[in-house]
Design a binder for this molecule. Structure first.
Ligand SMILES: [Zn+2]
Ligand SMILES: [Zn+2]
Length: 313
C-alpha cells in the first residue's frame, strides 16, 4: 500500500488492540463520528471518550457490555468537543476524568442546537437531547492511574493544540496510545479551536512515545506512520498559509489556492479553510479570539461547491 493511501476496509466496532485493551472505532470518522477506547482492569473498566449523540453512545455502551462484565468505573474525556463528551451522561456512576482546561472549556455548554443542526444535519433530531456532564476529577498536565500492575499515563501538551484541554492516554507497558483528536488518521484534522504550531509540537512529542498502536480521535487504528502523515499535513498547511499571509492574501482565497495533493483524498478536505484561518490568527497572535462557526460552515460549503465544480470540468 502506498504510504499515503486511504484504507478502504475499516468499519465500526470494538477491536482488541492489547491485553484487555480495546478500541471502539466508528467509520468513517467525519464530523461528529469519533472513536472511543476501553481498558479493562481488575475491578472495573475505564472508557476513553463518550462519543456524541445518545443513539451512538448507546451502541458503544452495548459493545462495552458485550466485551466485559466489569462496571465502567471511570471515563476519560480526551477534550471538551461534543463528539467526545456528548455521551458523558450515559456513563452514570463513572468518575469523569479530564484536564482542568477541558472542564473549563466545556463548562459554558455545547454550541447552540440550531448551529449544530446546520453543521451535522445527520444528527439534527438528537441534538436537543444533549446535556452537559462536566468532568469530576481534573488534572493540570499529568495524571497516572495505577490499576493493579497496569499504568495508565494521561498527558496534556501544556498549551492549546487541537483544543485548550487535550489529553492523551498512554499505556507504556502495552505500548498503546489513545491520542484523542491530537491524531486524525486519513480524516482531515480540524483546528478551528486549536493552535496549529503547538499541535505540530504535540504530535512531534507523541511520535517519541514507545507506542506500537495509536488510536486516533477520528479514523482507523494505526501506528506512528499514520500520526506522522497528519503531522506533515499540519506542517504543510502552516507553511503554505504563512507564504500567503505574508503576501497579504485573505484566508479564504489562500485556502482555495493551496493544492492539497495527497491530502485531497482525506475526508473533509474543506477543513483547509478553518485550518488556514487559524494559522492566520496564530501569525497575528489572536488565537484567543473564537472563530465564527457560521462563517466557517458557510466557507467550507463554498469550498466544497468549488471543488465539485472543478471535478466536473
Ligand atoms: Zn473529535
Ligand atoms: Zn475534537
Amino acid at each position: 500500500m502506498a504510504r499515503d493511501a486511504v484504507p478502504r476496509d475499516w468499519k465500526t466496532g470494538m477491536i482488541e488492540i492489547g491485553p484487555r485493551i480495546f478500541a471502539y472505532v466508528q467509520a468513517t470518522g467525519e464530523t461528529g463520528i469519533s472513536n472511543s477506547g476501553l481498558i479493562v482492569g481488575h475491578e472495573a473498566a475505564i472508557a476513553v471518550d463518550a462519543l456524541m449523540v445518545p443513539s451512538m453512545t448507546r451502541r458503544l455502551v452495548a459493545a462495552i457490555k458485550r466485551t466485559t462484565r466489569k462496571p465502567i468505573g471511570r471515563l476519560i474525556n480526551t477534550h471538551h468537543h461534543l463528539d467526545h463528551t456528548g455521551g458523558n451522561r450515559l456513563f452514570r456512576g463513572a468518575t469523569v476524568i479530564a484536564t482542568e482546561k477541558c472542564r473549563e472549556t466545556l463548562a459554558p455548554g455545547f454550541p447552540p442546537v440550531p448551529l449544530l443542526q446546520r453543521f451535522m444535519p445527520g444528527f439534527a433530531r438528537e441534538f436537543p437531547l444533549l446535556r452537559v456532564v462536566l468532568p469530576t476529577l481534573t488534572f493540570p498536565d499529568r495524571l497516572v492511574i495505577h490499576d493493579g500492575d497496569r499504568e495508565i499515563q494521561l498527558w496534556h501538551p501544556g498549551a492549546t493544540a487541537h483544543t485548550p484541554g487535550d489529553a492523551t492516554v498512554f499505556l507504556p507497558k502495552e505500548r498503546v496510545l489513545f491520542a484523542g483528536d491530537l491524531a486524525f488518521h486519513y480524516v482531515t484534522p480540524l483546528a478551528f479551536q486549536g493552535h496549529v504550531g503547538n499541535w505540530i509540537k504535540a504530535a512531534d512529542r507523541l511520535l517519541t512515545y514507545a507506542a506500537d498502536v495509536i488510536v486516533p480521535g477520528h479514523g482507523p487504528i494505526g501506528t506512528k506512520k499514520d500520526l506522522k502523515l497528519m503531522r506533515d499535513y499540519l506542517a504543510f498547511v502552516r507553511r503554505e498559509a504563512r507564504k500567503r499571509f505574508e503576501a497579504g492574501i485573505p484566508a479564504e482565497a489562500a485556502a482555495r489556492e493551496i493544492k492539497l495533493g495527497v491530502y485531497a483524498s482525506w475526508r473533509e478536505a474543506e477543513r483547509i479553510l478553518p485550518n488556514v484561518a487559524r494559522c492566520y490568527q496564530e501569525f497575528r497572535n489572536e488565537t484567543d479570539k473564537p472563530m465564527d462557526l457560521g462563517w466557517m460552515i458557510d466557507g467550507m460549503e463554498r469550498l466544497r461547491a468549488g471543488a465539485a465544480g472543478h471535478a466536473c470540468l
